[in-house]
Write a protein that binds this ligand. Structure first.
Ligand SMILES: [Zn+2]
Length: 425
């Protein structure tokens, strides 16, 4: 294939949130976008190769700001520690490839494999998205990144994404370990996550003092902090301490939202994951604890009513943050192969943002420009403009007409760094 490719006659959604450009042309050379805009303004070089994509829609590759390429097969915390590390390392390469084959060209990953996957992908050894790696995240003892049913030394050696640290001295050392291992962002579980009765979502796990130490130490290393916060107090203290993003964040009070907007703290609402989690709770016959809807203590018996309340709560919470000007990202939270499929789950999350109240364009911006900003790689990706890396999706249908058009079968071409990658189921 010629180095210089011309993609004419397309509808261009550039990721910035600007109106789409009809009858646009995108030109890429090697791995870089060299021109993008209305056909009358873009002149193709005579040596270029012109691709027949007329009528298609082109948008930036999707950015998933929260996933776990830990290679875990099952949604069970003891299993994911006990499962063979080498098998998980191999499986994580397949998880990464699958994300790319669904148009996900960059991710922020929280897993022990991420720093190594990042290198293997960057070297071209394996196919996968560009990775901003967090390595393992910090969890208090008995928290969401620990495991109850296996010995502590096994957790330390084999947890795919958790690193147990208690108290200010240990969390400081934990941040240093993350940085030593190549982490470019520090993940912390500031609240429980509902894996079992000892760590329900509405319990704060790290003190404000511990969170401040984590942020302070991360600042020394010039890396941001991403905080899992499922209860109001954890989110408030994380925002107060100065984290860079709040993950899940389904219980944000007005004060926290105002703080997030003022400090530029992003929100990854992970709506699909939280909805799946609800389905995995005891009410629905799953292994996890009780359904969690912030502020609701008396749940109705009717599962349909619980689902409706859950959706209404998540949507209102997200829209309050969005309307206050908080940057919203797309986080699949894909963490195991059999429950949270790598790739499809990211696309579903973009769809879910629209069901919760964002416009199609706002959801696409969350998946592109905002994602790049959350990953702090907006100088390279996230929008289609000259000088940026050629991470592009060529879609047969326009996702602004119906967000469901952002689907793998509609991806006629996926470019990652200017290289055509095969779409895959
Ligand atoms: Zn997660």
């Amino acid at each position: 294939m010629a180095d210089r490719l011309v993609l004419p006659g397309v509808t261009l959604i550039d990721g910035s949130g600007r109106d789409p450009v009809q009858n646009a042309v995108v030109v890429i050379d090697g791995g870089t976008i060299v021109a993008a805009g209305p056909a009358v303004e873009v002149r193709a070089d005579p040596d270029s190769r012109v691709l027949d994509v007329a009528g298609a829609t082109i948008m930036p590759g999707i950015i998933d700001a929260h996933c776990h390429l830990g290679g875990a097969s099952f949604p069970d915390e003891d299993h994911w520690v006990l499962e063979d590390d080498r098998y998980q390392a191999i499986a994580s390469a397949a998880q990464a490839r699958r994300m790319l084959q669904h148009g996900v060209t960059s991710v922020r990953d929280i897993s022990v494999n991420g720093t190594r996957l990042r290198t293997a992908i960057a070297k071209g050894l394996i196919d996968g998205p560009r990775i901003v790696a967090c390595w393992r995240g910090l969890s208090r003892r008995g928290g969401h990144g620990d495991a109850r049913g296996v010995p502590a030394d096994m957790v330390r050696a084999s947890h795919p994404w958790g690193h147990v640290a208690d108290g200010e001295a240990e969390v400081r050392a934990g941040v240093r370990e993350v940085v030593k291992q190549g982490g470019e962002c520090v993940k912390v579980w500031a609240s429980g996550g509902g894996l079992h009765d000892n760590e329900p979502e509405d319990v704060q796990h790290y003190t404000l003092a511990e969170l401040r130490v984590i942020v302070e130490e991360a600042n020394y290393a010039k890396v941001p902090v991403a905080a899992h916060c499922e209860c109001a107090s954890a989110a408030r203290d994380a925002a107060e301490a100065g984290v860079w993003s709040i993950e899940h964040g389904e219980d944000l009070d007005e004060e926290t939202i105002a703080l997030m907007a003022a400090k530029g703290i992003s929100l990854n609402p992970t709506l699909v994951l939280l909805t799946e989690w609800l389905e995995q709770t005891s009410l629905f016959g799953g292994p996890y604890g009780k359904p969690y809807i912030p502020g609701v203590t008396d749940l109705p018996d009717d599962p349909e009513e619980v689902r409706r309340m859950h959706h209404a709560h998540l949507s209102a919470n997200l829209m309050a943050a969005k309307n206050a000007g908080v940057r919203i990202g797309v986080g699949s939270d894909s963490y195991c192969t059999d429950l949270t499929p790598f790739g499809p789950q990211t696309l579903n999350e973009v769809h879910a943002l629209v069901r919760a109240g964002l416009t199609e364009m706002e959801a696409l911006v969350a998946a592109t420009r905002s994602g790049a900003e959350i990953l702090r790689i907006e100088d390279r990706v996230g929008t289609i403009e000259p000088g940026k890396v050629a991470d592009l999706l060529v879609l047969t249908e326009n996702p602004l007409d119906d967000i469901a058009n952002l689907s793998q079968p509609n991806m006629a071409m996926i470019f990652s760094g200017g290289r055509l990658v095969p779409a895959g189921g």
